[in-house]
Design a protein around this ligand. Structure first.
Ligand code: ARG
Length: 252
């Protein structure tokens, strides 16, 4: 009788332990058994991602959002800064687990990576020195137009048959513009807003997009994380947390 009770108790402990661990591994949204994910970004894109001069750390909307999602999935994020043009190669060669860099999910990129749902919409703009009459795609023909190397803006400029000058980092594009070495640049609206606020000698106008824009998270092809991240993104859209982040970084 005593033995039976003991055995029963033992069984109960074993069962509940199995349940506990069974449960936690089920809820562990980390299909690869990894705890820290390496996030590749190109920290030249304020307010999406940029280096905080005071701390030397990469901060911004994408970094906050990455950490917010990671927290729900019980993961940690480690940020790796690199050239925008090197982001997808880094993912493909497993030097990174995901990309958040204001990256647009284009059909071409979808051949080499998988994207999450779009988490922020954007538009293209033409940024010039104030007083310039370069305000339409047509007016840019024959002019030197700065674009970021490897970006959809570079593709757009090529499509419009412009004299595109591809530049590695976005702040360098603005420097070239201010120095008069290029006459205009194509950048996203939020980026243009930031630069024109800080540089009263610059202004911008919208450039109608010929292709969809917006930002999504990139993962290696076939990654199980896409589903998990999309679930959390959906949740953050519904509970207003994503809107809070958008207000924090884009509506200052
Ligand atoms: N949305 C554009 C693209 O996907 C530009 C993104 C640039 N991002 C950056 N962190 N510099 O091509």
């Amino acid at each position: 009788m005593k033995w039976k009770t003991l055995a029963k108790a033992g069984l109960a402990v074993a069962l509940s332990t199995a349940l506990l661990f069974g449960c936690s591994s089920k809820n562990n949204a980390d299909p690869n058994g990894q705890k820290t994910l390496t996030l590749a970004t190109s920290a030249d894109y304020k307010p999406y991602e940029y280096t905080d001069t005071a701390t030397g750390k990469v901060i911004g909307f994408d970094i906050d959002l990455a950490n917010m999602i990671a927290k729900e999935l019980k993961l940690k994020i480690e940020v790796k800064d690199m050239d925008f043009n090197g982001l997808i190669p880094a993912l493909q060669s497993k030097r990174a687990d995901l990309i958040m860099a204001g990256m647009t999910p284009t059909p071409e990129r979808k051949k080499s990576v998988d994207f999450s749902d779009i988490y922020y919409e954007s538009k293209n703009t033409i940024i010039t020195k104030k007083g310039s009459n370069l305000t339409t795609a047509k007016s840019l023909i024959g002019k030197k137009v700065g674009v970021q190397l490897g970006s959809i803006q570079e593709k757009e400029a090529q499509k419009l048959k412009l004299n595109a000058i591809s530049i590695n980092k976005v702040p360098e594009i603005i420097q070239e513009l201010k120095a008069g070495r290029i006459e205009a640049a194509i950048v996203e609206n939020t980026i243009a807003e930031g630069y024109t606020t800080n540089n009263p000698d610059l202004s911008f106008t919208d450039l109608p997009n010929s292709e969809p824009t917006g930002s999504a998270i990139a993962f290696p092809k076939g990654s199980g994380y896409v589903k998990n991240f999309n679930q959390v993104l959906k949740h953050l859209k519904e509970n207003g947390k994503l809107d809070e982040l958008i207000k924090k970084w884009f509506q200052k």
